[in-house]
Structure formats: C-alpha cells, structure tokens
Design a binder for this molecule. Structure first.
Ligand code: E4P
Length: 217
C-alpha cells in the first residue's frame, strides 16, 4: 500500500518525506486555504513547490463544477509537473471531465466518493485513483472501511485498474484497516502516520536495552 500525506503544509510534507516512506501528497481546497494560500498564482506555485519536494503523485483539485472550466483548470495543473494528478469531484460534469482527462493522457483522482456506485462510475471513466472518504462516512454513522472492502471486491471481480485511495483518514487504525481491506493507497494526516510508530512496550523495551547497554559500555 502506498502512503500519501493529506496536507498542503510544507513542513509536514517535509517531515513525512524525510521518513523515506512517502509516495505522494493529496490536497484539497480546504487544506490549501488553511495554509493561507490566496490567488491562482500562489496556488500554482504551491503545487510546484510540493512537486519539487516529493517524488510522487501530487493531487491538485479543480474548484470549478462545469466540464469546460474543469478541463481548463486541469490542463493548467497538469502542465506544472509530470507528477500532478488532477483531482475531480464526483459529479455529472466530473465524470465527463475524468473521461476527457483519461483520453488525453492526464491522470486523475476522483474525489468526494461515498458509495460503491460512485466508485464504479469513476472506474468506468478511467480515473487513475478513486478517493472514498472513510472518516466522513464513519462520522455519518456508516462504516467507511466496509466501503473499501466493497470497492476492492468490485474492482477485483470486474478487473478495473483504478487504484483505491482511502481518504479522510482520522487515526492510525484506519490505516491498518485500509491495508487489510486492500486499499492501494492511504492518504493520511501526519499525526496518523506517526501514530503507527507508537507502542508503549517499544518505549519500555528500548529504555531497558539502553540502561543495560551502559553495563558494557
Ligand atoms: C483527500 O484527498 C481528502 O480531500 C481528504 O482526505 C478529506 O479529509 P477530511 O474528511 O479529513 O477533510
């Protein structure tokens, strides 16, 4: 399973990248706004900076909802760097845009996916990635991990090549459950990635080893 970091914060991206296990970055308009990025030039520059920091797929999300403008936005994003993946919302014009980008050699990430039916449409349109929002599904009282299982089953049975990119990760166990369910990618906040490291028995064991090491230093 590939690990993406789900942020537009450059310090967090660098920290995750320094671990040597980062395969890419996802952003969305809310994450960009959180970093205080304003105006199209600043947005484009920010994506360029992220592409220079991380050697992996970088999702850049369109903010229009009609086919023609999505295509224009996506073409501009794709021209920034070869690793840019254009993120398109799961709406009617989004499906048409996914198909257009696929036919024109531009890779895509279909975002805001909350059902197996939506995941089938994204795959039919040739999306490179489909992003089911695990945490938001859990928040609404359903089971986000169950959706990953369902999409995995459908894609395997049908032979769809679209990669399942589990998004809206809230905590480390989501990552473990996504790996178990066969997600191809998990995009995570830095805190969830670092949370995988933690175990009290590791800390206790290491403290003991370091104490004992003094005896033969
Ligand atoms: C990533 O592609 C998504 O936009 C992101 O994971 C959404 O996460 P949230 O539900 O925590 O906002």
């Amino acid at each position: 399973m590939k690990f993406f970091i789900d942020t537009a914060n450059l310090d967090q991206i660098k920290e995750a990248n320094d671990l040597g296990i980062l395969d890419g970055v996802t952003t969305n308009p809310s994450l960009m706004a959180k970093e205080g990025i304003k105006g199209i030039d600043a947005v484009m520059q920010h994506y360029k900076t992220i592409c220079e920091l991380v050697d992996g797929d970088i999702s850049a999300e369109v903010v229009s909802t009609d086919f023609a403008t999505m295509i224009e936005e996506g073409k501009k994003f794709a021209a920034i760097h070869k690793n840019i993946v254009v993120k398109v919302p799961m709406i009617k014009d989004g499906i048409k845009a996914l198909k257009w980008f696929t036919d024109n050699g531009i890779r895509t990430n279909c975002t805001l996916v909350f059902s197996a039916g939506q995941a089938i449409l994204a795959a039919k349109a040739g999306a490179t990635y489909v992003s089911p929002f695990i945490g938001r599904i859990d928040d609404s009282g359903w089971d986000g991990i169950e959706l990953i299982h369902q999409i995995r089953q459908i894609y395997s049975v049908q032979g769809f090549n679209t990669e399942i990119l589990a998004a809206s990760i809230r905590y480390p166990n989501h990552i473990i459950k996504c790996a178990e369910a066969g997600a191809d990618v998990c995009t995570c906040p830095l805190s969830s990635i670092l949370g995988l490291l933690k175990h009290p028995l590791t800390d206790i064991g290491l403290a003991q080893f370091l104490e004992d090491a003094k005896k033969f230093a």
